[in-house]
Design a protein around this ligand. Sequence first.
Ligand SMILES: *[C@@H]1O[C@H](CO)[C@@H](O)[C@H](O)[C@H]1NC(C)=O
Ligand SMILES: *[C@@H]1O[C@H](CO)[C@@H](O)[C@H](O)[C@H]1NC(C)=O
Ligand SMILES: *[C@@H]1O[C@H](CO)[C@@H](O)[C@H](O)[C@H]1NC(C)=O
Length: 191
Amino acid sequence: MPLIRIVLLSVYFTLISANFIRVNNTGAENLVLILEGVGHPPSAGVLITAGNYTELITLNEWEGSFYTYPEECLNAQCNYPVSRVSVAFERWMFGGFYDFFMVDLNRGFNVPASIKSITRPDCDVISCEANLLELCPEEDQIKNDKNQTVSCRTSALNYRTFKEKCPHARVDGSELDLGICASMNYELTFG
Ligand SMILES: *[C@@H]1O[C@H](CO)[C@@H](O)[C@H](O)[C@H]1NC(C)=O
Ligand SMILES: *[C@@H]1O[C@H](CO)[C@@H](O)[C@H](O)[C@H]1NC(C)=O
Ligand SMILES: *[C@@H]1O[C@H](CO)[C@@H](O)[C@H](O)[C@H]1NC(C)=O
């Protein structure tokens, strides 16, 4: 009997020491999803076709960002600024463990993005649903080799517009909105 107990305990700890993450591509274009843990290089990209999703787990206390590039970046180097969802999971605060998250447009925007808990509808939902590319001043537009605007750099010219259209996103030069929740599972959307 002691053996069985040990096995069950280890399963239990495996389950509670990870966060379940679902990432939906809600847009019309295929996207390459990248994860970048703080202090680590970006992961290899995973393609999520338009309308599709992928599921992954991160360890407890994982801190980093999720972001996407267009499919053309799957086998090519793209490193222009894009919309990010940044998280810090299981931080000890207010006498408990809480997750902190934001939609981060500090460097730039490429697609709408959001994050919310899957199991806790009472928690904060942070999103930027507007297509800020349409409002991007010419000098902040980043184009691909087909001359299509793929990203908009956040700048002194547009940060007010960004903040007005996406009031809960992080944009430098304005106040920070952090989502807070204690949940082991989140759904992110891009596109
Ligand atoms: C994300 O995808 C899952 C699985 O298909 C679906 O149940 C969920 O409603 C989707 N969420 C959004 C916001 O599209
Ligand atoms: C979702 O992706 C799977 C493979 O990753 C594919 O078989 C399926 O057709 C895709 N669904 C949609 C709605 O694109
Ligand atoms: C790229 O597109 C812009 C307008 O969107 C146009 O003014 C410019 O001439 C184009 N450049 C090339 C190289 O096609």
